[in-house]
Structures are given as structure tokens and as C-alpha cells.
Design a protein around this ligand. Structure first.
Ligand code: ATP
Ligand code: MG
Length: 424
């Protein structure tokens, strides 16, 4: 016999038992996005590699170490998307979605990164994200942060901490980069090879190192804030004042940098202590240079992406999201029971769109069918035995609680079930 084949490491199946969390997350997010004027866009999971190397930066971990890239049959280099924004900008340019009034887009779907799989980190994972193009001001930043906050509130997620930083514009960042690199080079002896390589290739990334020795050195590192000009400071100040007015709590974290090169000015993350080491559930920032990098006329942008696996894990920690109840299980035994049950189920479903009904298959005795009904979690068993079939009636038995069973005419069942569902 052949051995069953297993999935690729780090690429997980999402099973029916967890689906109600995914569905609650996605449907709530869709409502909130759409209520803020964001429209969905769907783009391919596979793009020319250049879409990502240009946008994300060749020296970032995502591009240098984590991308799934390969040649197609024509030797063109393609990559599975590691994130959404680069491809969204490609699509927005290609389809003429930019340069009118502001453009608000949202997207969702699988992303791929070749990382070490662990709790909260997989090689195929899912993101939902929003992008707002054409608005350079802090009011746009505030809209994005307020949208995120509305979503967490709607999902009942209370322990999320918002951290904020500003990276300034590209000149300010470049000047800080040199300053920081100079400082870090002075500590080469205390760093491991990996860190030293980062110091050379992408010194800002050293700031979010988790290595305690590196963190100790960083205590005395120069701060980006000292390289910011008047306009960048004013932008950040304005955003904080909007957030204060909205009553959205935030924590400034001068060491917060993001792993992708395209960010400038505002960057932010929401994280929680309830998930262990991989506690960041949503992250984003402003990317005013990205459209130009991707070959378009400059247009400012800001957005975020949330990790669905991590949010689903959080949602599953409280009990308020439950799968929809099975209302009834249709039991049929004896002559003509299959035909009668199929017809009854058909009419009930046509009459009550929200009805969750299981019709018995594979025959079986009353006892066997009741066992299946019970295991299904159904509230009611609708019973068609020989008596019921010959008299045009159906017996209703409550499977949970103490209510007495009853018998009614089959043509009254739609109305009865409607009442039953309303009373749930
Ligand atoms: P991390 O520091 O955890 O690697 P990141 O900065 O690489 O995160 P982003 O590129 O900002 O992550 O992606 C946004 C969100 O997507 C993250 O905050 C996280 O919730 C989720 N995410 C990123 N990579 C993974 C992964 N490999 N598995 C599961 N979720 C992920
Ligand atoms: Mg990462």
C-alpha cells in the first residue's frame, strides 16, 4: 500500500473545527473595511520576483532569506507573495486605480515565507490588510489606526497594545542609518556574525533584535528622533494629537522599525502578551515612496496587514464565538421514509434559508439514527416513522432540555420551525 503523503512543512491545513473563528474574523473585518469605504481587490499569489525585490528591498530578511522564488518553464523568476502591499501597488498602477481621489483598498489571502515554523509562525499564513493611497497627511494615518481599533473592539479583543514610531522621510532615515551604522560598528566585537552582517546590510533592522547582548548595546544607540526635521516632527505630533482626541491609547517606541524597506514616517504594531513569543497581530505604516519605486508617478500610501492565524488563536481563547447551532436532524425509518424525508428537508430548506438541518443518510434503525442525531449537536430530532408517513405528520423530539415531544402536520412544520429558530 502507498504511504499517505503529508503536507509541506510549515504549510498547515485549517480544519472545520476552527472555521467559525476564521469566518467571524473575516466577516467582521469585511464589514469594518467596507464601512470605512475600503473596497476589496484580489490579486495573484504569484508575481514576477522583481515586484518584491524592488519594493521590499533586496537587503531585507523577507527578500534575502524568506522568499519562495523559482524559475517557471520559461526561466522567468517568479515568487510566491510574501506580503500584499507590493503586489497591490503593482495592480493599482497597472489598472489605473491611483491618482484620482484617494484610493481605499483591502485584500486578504495566503502569504508565503520560508521561515522556521513554530507557534504563530508558518510558511503559508494568511493576512488581511488595508491600503490608503493619495493622502499624505496625519489624518490618513489616524483613519487607518482608528479603523484597526474599531475592528479589535468589534472582535472583543481587549489586550492589544498599540506601539508607534516615526521613521522620518528617506533623507532623514539615510542620515540616521549612517549614524547608527557608525555606532554599531564600534561594538562589532560583542555581536555575532549574523548581527554584524545586519549592521552592514541593514543597520535599522538591528534595532528590533531580540538578542539580550544586542539590546544592552542599543541602550546607548543614537535615536532617529534626533535626525527628524520640522515637517516630520509635525506630522507625528499631529497624529498623536488626533489619537489623543479619539481616546486611542498608544505607546511610543523609538526602536520600532519594520522589516520592509519601503516604510517612512509613521510605523506601528499591535501586539499582545497572550500569544507567547509571536505576539504581533497587526503591523503597518506609511510608504510614500513605494509607488514611485514600483514605476509610477509618486503617490503617498499607508496601510497595515494583520496575521489571521495569530488573531484566530486569540479569538479561540475566549468563548464568545461559537459555531452556528444545528437546528434539527431528520430521522426516517420504514417504507417510503427516504423519499418523504428528502421531500420534507427540501421544503423546509426552501422555506427557511437560515435553517441548519441534517438529513439522515445510510439508513439505520431508530436507535442508530438517534445516536447520530445526538452526536451532531442538533437541538431537535424530526421523526418520520411508518405512522407519521401514513398520517402526513412528523414527530418533534427535543434532544436538549426537558420539553415534551409533540406531533404536528407536516405542512405546518415550516411555520413551527421558524418560530423555534426565532426563540433560540
Ligand atoms: P515578525 O516580526 O513576527 O516576523 P513581520 O514584521 O515579519 O513579523 P509583517 O510583514 O509586518 O510581519 O506582517 C504582518 C503580520 O503578519 C505580522 O504582524 C504577523 O501577525 C503576520 N505574520 C508575518 N509573518 C508570519 C508568519 N510567518 N506566520 C504567521 N503570521 C505571520
Ligand atoms: Mg518576519
Amino acid at each position: 500500500m502507498n504511504k499517505p503523503i503529508r503536507s509541506i512543512r510549515g504549510m498547515n491545513d485549517i480544519l472545520p473545527v476552527d472555521m467559525h473563528y476564521w469566518q467571524a474574523l473575516e466577516s467582521t473585518a469585511q464589514q469594518v473595511f467596507s464601512a470605512h469605504g475600503y473596497r476589496q481587490i484580489r490579486i495573484p499569489v504569484l508575481e514576477k520576483t522583481e515586484v518584491f525585490t524592488r519594493a521590499i528591498g533586496a537587503a531585507t530578511d523577507v527578500v534575502a532569506k524568506e522568499m519562495y522564488s523559482f524559475g517557471d518553464r520559461n526561466n522567468q523568476s517568479l515568487s510566491l507573495r510574501p506580503e500584499g502591499t507590493a503586489g497591490i501597488v503593482r495592480a493599482a498602477l497597472q489598472n489605473g486605480l491611483l491618482y484620482g481621489p484617494v484610493t481605499r483598498l483591502w485584500y486578504g489571502g495566503p502569504m508565503f515565507r520560508y521561515e522556521r515554523p513554530q507557534k504563530g509562525r508558518s510558511r503559508q499564513f494568511h493576512q488581511l490588510g488595508v491600503e490608503l493611497f493619495g493622502a499624505p497627511g496625519a489624518d490618513a494615518d489616524a483613519e487607518i489606526l482608528s479603523l484597526g481599533t474599531q475592528l479589535w473592539n468589534r472582535l472583543g479583543l481587549k489586550n492589544l497594545r498599540l506601539e508607534l514610531n516615526t521613521l522620518g522621510n528617506s533623507e532623514e532615515r539615510a542620515s540616521y542609518r549612517d549614524d547608527l551604522q557608525f555606532f554599531l560598528r564600534g561594538h562589532r566585537g560583542t555581536f555575532n556574525d549574523d548581527t554584524n552582517e545586519r549592521v552592514e546590510r541593514n543597520p535599522l533592522r538591528v534595532l528590533d533584535s531580540k538578542d539580550p547582548q544586542v539590546r544592552a548595546v542599543l541602550e546607548d544607540a543614537p535615536l532617529l528622533g534626533d535626525h527628524l526635521g520640522e515637517a516630520s516632527r509635525a506630522h507625528f505630533q499631529q497624529l498623536k494629537s488626533y489619537l489623543d482626541q479619539l481616546g486611542i491609547e498608544y505607546f511610543e517606541n523609538p526602536k520600532l522599525v519594520r522589516g520592509l524597506d519601503y516604510y517612512c514616517h509613521t510605523v506601528f504594531e499591535w501586539s499582545t502578551g497572550d500569544l507567547g513569543a509571536q505576539g504581533t497581530v497587526c503591523a503597518g505604516g506609511r510608504y510614500d515612496n513605494l509607488v514611485e519605486l514600483q514605476g509610477g508617478r509618486p503617490s503617498p500610501g499607508i496601510g497595515f496587514a494583520m496575521g489571521e492565524e495569530r488573531l484566530v488563536e486569540l479569538l479561540s481563547q475566549n468563548d464568545d464565538i461559537v459555531p452556528p447551532p444545528v437546528h434539527a436532524y431528520l430521522v426516517g425509518v420504514g417504507k417510503d421514509s427516504a423519499e418523504t424525508a428528502l421531500k420534507l428537508a427540501y421544503d423546509l430548506r426552501a422555506g427557511i434559508p437560515e435553517l441548519q438541518l441534517l438529513n439522515n443518510v445510510n439508513g439505520g434503525s431508530f436507535k442508530a439514527q438517534f445516536k447520530r442525531a445526538d452526536r451532531s449537536g442538533a437541538r431537535l430530532a424530526l421523526v418520520l416513522g411508518e405512522d407519521e408517513i401514513s398520517t402526513g405528520r412528523v414527530t418533534i423530539k427535543y434532544l436538549r432540555g426537558e420539553n415534551e415531544q409533540l406531533s404536528i402536520d407536516r405542512d405546518k412544520l415550516v411555520g413551527w420551525m421558524q418560530d423555534f429558530i426565532e426563540r433560540l
